[in-house]
Design a protein around this ligand. Structure first.
Ligand code: HEM
Length: 403
């Protein structure tokens, strides 16, 4: 019998195919047999845990597309946000953002998230089914980020639309669909105009919120200029919205596929942290990200040439059997769960503490109050985005909402 080896390029095409969105993991499993592969003359892909970690910590692996030979995506802008910058500029901006995510601010959000979740669950009283994505996971993070930023509540609806349209601008494999690019440009322009007005308002009347903090900050490292400030505010919305929606939805989906874990969570709310870390490994909301080689980089005998793009397949590395025992099992008790759910190295997610507190609080309240939830469709329909992967809808039935 002849065994045909499918090339990495063909396997990656299958990853991008929306038909495989509900389960890309069997394709990743095949890709893990080739830790570093060439997709075409300028694109390489890295799938295994140690090799992804090596690139994340390699100073020759850049985030700045302007230093690469790959051009022409929606991010090809003169002033990228900190997500797409290298040191020293990246460090300066990142430090200013980190100063806003203080422990006090995060714990304040904990109380706010709990009351938002209470309100949302109260509206489900008298019902026995709902769409978890539409009615819960989608609205919660946008409300949280708007409150954190100090966006007036009446303007929040506009943020839902902007966040939705702009989500795919984080996608390294950009769909060059002219209609979509026009929508992105339009949404980005509207959001920037709104944000500049908000910044003016906060400078005139500073409050205890993130926009005021960044707009009037007096750190010795310097204040952000207006371009960096707007880039950062837009980034925080885009980077923090759909990712958190997907972590909430992926958590709920996984817990309902493992009802034993759901029941355990009800009895032991303190298990929530390890459950969420395991979802970040097992069903990560960000499946892959990109770097660019500033010099030739040799890994596992493959030389990635200077200027090439390097896709880091976090979701495959998270299931690398050389790093994680029984990687395809969902096991919140797994020791040493150092996943790539929030990336790694210099660009490790700034919003991780906020995302964690949000999802922990939401899951604990759901486990306590949502009685006997069941999935009505499995697998659920997925959004087309291959990078920010998560269900489009998650229809659930339940018995009732407890007090
Ligand atoms: C579950 C939710 C989230 C997930 C799974 C997630 C995931 C990630 C990942 C994987 C990266 C690294 C990207 C790379 O290496 O190229 C990242 C970076 C980032 N995230 Fe998150 N994120 C989440 C929530 C948030 C939230 C709530 C915020 C802000 C409010 C946020 C803000 C950022 C920013 C600003 C960066 C760029 C950091 C840098 O370049 O230094 N994220 N995130």
């Amino acid at each position: 019998m002849t065994i045909t080896r499918v090339s990495a390029t063909d396997l990656f095409k299958q990853v991008l195919d929306p038909a495989n969105r509900s389960n890309p993991y069997r394709i990743y499993e095949q890709m893990l047999t080739t830790p570093v592969a060439q997709l075409d003359s300028l694109h390489y892909i890295v799938t295994t845990y140690d090799e992804i970690a090596a690139i994340l910590h390699d100073p020759c692996a850049s985030k700045d597309e302007r230093k690469s030979k790959v051009r022409g995506t929606v991010r090809d802008v003169p002033h990228p946000s900190l997500l797409f910058l290298d040191a020293p500029e990246h460090n300066r901006l990142r430090k200013l953002v980190m100063q806003q995510f203080t422990p006090e601010c995060i714990s304040r959000m904990h109380d706010r998230v709990r009351s938002l979740v209470t309100e949302m669950l109260d509206t489900l009283r008298g019902q026995t089914r709902f769409d978890f994505v539409e009615q819960f996971a989608y609205p919660l993070p946008v409300t949280v980020i708007c409150e954190l930023m100090g966006v007036p509540r009446e303007d929040e609806q506009r943020f839902h639309a902007w966040a939705d349209t702009l989500a795919h601008s984080l996608d390294p494999v950009v769909n060059h669909n002219p209609g979509m690019e026009a929508d992105t440009q339009h949404a980005s322009q509207e959001l920037r105009t709104y944000m500049s007005e908000l910044v003016k308002e906060k400078r005139a009347h500073p409050q205890d919120d993130l926009v005021s903090g960044l707009a009037v900050g007096n750190d010795p490292a310097g204040r952000m200029d207006d371009v960096d400030l707007l880039n950062t505010l837009v980034l925080l919305l885009i980077a923090g919205h759909e990712t958190t929606v997907n972590l909430l939805s992926n958590s709920m989906l996984t817990l309902l596929r493992y009802p034993f874990e759901w029941r355990k969570l009800r009895k032991q709310p303190e298990r929530v942290a390890q459950i969420v870390e395991e979802v970040l490994r097992y069903e990560p909301p960000v499946q892959f990200m990109q770097r660019y080689a500033l010099a030739d980089i040799t890994l596992q005998g493959v030389t990635i040439p200077q200027g090439a793009s390097i896709l880091l397949l976090f979701a495959a590395g998270n299931r690398d059997p050389r790093r994680f025992a029984q990687p395809n099992d969902f096991n919140p008790d797994r020791p040493d769960n150092q996943h790539f759910g929030f990336g790694g190295g210099d660009h490790f997610c700034v919003g991780a503490p906020l995302a964690r507190i949000e999802v922990h609080t939401a899951l604990n309240e759901l486990a306590r109050r949502l009685i006997n939830p069941r999935l009505l469709a499995d697998p659920p329909p997925y959004r087309p985005n291959a990078v920010l992967r998560g269900p489009q809808h998650l229809q659930l039935a339940f018995d009732h909402i407890a007090d």
